[in-house]
Design a protein around this ligand. Structure first.
Ligand SMILES: O=C(O)c1ccc[n+]([C@@H]2O[C@H](COP(=O)([O-])O)[C@@H](O)[C@H]2O)c1
Ligand SMILES: Cc1cc2nc[nH]c2cc1C
Length: 346
């Protein structure tokens, strides 16, 4: 596991204090520049090379009526990513990030056309998970396989010289799995965590709360203790891949920008499994999904933005890239008091 470089953080902090502005006047942007310096090879890091990897999979718990959309939408959206028409395609183009999609367990068939929308890797571990209310979402070997695919994606980012990794997800019903994981790993009650996902009614949400409660009772009775036990019992294939992706990024020493509710659940799994993954995490935004702020608080993360988003796909993280690039450009390009011949504070 890589560790941030505190000497570089100190040098970056010192550099910030020489820039032509009252100290602290750029608020969180100053903290961001110092945070990235400690996670790069220079006190004055260059422009970030971001990569977005969207992991897609289906969820057996969709049979419980916990989503506003049918399960076929997962595969249809994968085709949309490849075609270049999804929100994340637009945002990745806008911010100059590479985009790939990894099918780790889409259940329905979908066809893709040859386009430059996103590179697709079809490596399904199984055709969607089991219904976590009544059975384990996946077996231990399946969980391990999905996790390893995520680690491999992060390693590929390292090989390609990427300096910021963003995991996105697509999976109808995955807010149910994410909620169950967050409850299991934080001890917070489902009533506080379960939200409306793609837009279910208040009545359907009550049912979703019960589904999560049943899943937690079942998994606990089956002996779930560790983060990986819980992942196997109530998680999802794309969530397992994301947890592996974050672990691989931390091992390679690449900063991670989290997206919404589901990616934060995956980060919780990764951190409970290996606490030093936390050193590499940054939260882009707080989603509108009810329990997201609790999950971020459990990771001691403060989101940069609050825009009422609840899309997933890595969209909130992508939106934050220009802010981060600006923080780094200011750190790199601003004049110092001495170079500009400006008097410092009395
Ligand atoms: O990222 C979020 O905070 C978020 C919040 C609500 C929904 N989503 C997306 O919506 C899908 C899951 O919603 P649901 O209702 O099917 O569980 C999945 O594809 C996610 O990417 C994402
Ligand atoms: C259309 C659609 C797009 C999505 N992107 C991420 N989750 C999604 C869920 C739906 C339903």
């Amino acid at each position: 596991m890589s560790t941030p470089n505190q000497a570089l953080a100190l040098a970056a902090l010192n550099h910030q204090s020489n820039l032509t502005k009252p100290q602290g006047s750029l608020g969180k942007l100053e903290e961001l520049a110092v945070w990235f310096a400690a996670r790069s090879n220079s006190a004055i890091p260059g422009r970030l090379q971001p990569a977005i990897v969207v992991f897609a999979a289906d969820h057996g718990v969709v049979a419980e009526g916990v989503s506003a959309f049918p399960k076929e939408v997962t595969g249809q959206m994968v085709a949309n990513f490849v075609g270049g028409g999804a929100a994340i395609n637009v945002l990745a183009r806008e911010v100059g990030a590479s985009l790939s999609v990894v099918d780790v367990g889409v259940a329905s068939s979908y066809s893709t056309v040859v386009t430059s929308g996103a590179q697709l890797f079809r490596v399904p571990v199984r055709a969607g998970t089991g219904n976590l209310r009544v059975e384990p979402a996946m077996s231990e070997p399946e969980c391990h396989k999905a996790w390893s695919i995520g680690v491999g994606s992060a390693q590929e980012g390292f090989i390609r010289g990427k300096t910021l990794l963003i995991g996105g997800e697509m999976g109808i019903a995955n807010t149910t799995a994410a909620a169950a994981l967050i409850c299991a790993l934080t001890g917070i009650e489902p009533e506080e965590i379960v939200g409306l996902g793609t837009g279910i009614s208040a009545t359907s949400r009550e049912h979703k709360v019960q589904v999560v409660k049943d899943a937690l009772v079942r998994a606990r009775a089956a002996g779930a203790v560790s983060a990986k036990d819980w992942l196997m019992h109530v998680g999802g294939l794309e969530i397992a891949a994301l947890a592996g992706f974050y672990t691989g990024a931390a091992e390679a020493g690449i900063p991670i920008l989290l997206d919404g509710f589901i990616t934060t659940a995956a980060a919780l799994v990764a951190v409970k499994n290996q606490p030093r993954v936390a050193d590499w995490l940054l939260a882009s935004h707080v989603s509108d999904e009810k329990g997201h702020r609790h999950a971020l608080a459990a990771l001691q993360l403060e989101p940069l933005l609050a825009l009422g988003l609840r899309l997933g796909e890595g969209s909130g993280a992508a939106l934050t890239i220009p802010l981060i690039q600006s923080a780094l450009a200011l750190h790199r390009e601003m004049a110092t008091f001495s170079s500009a011949g400006i008097a410092t504070k009395e």
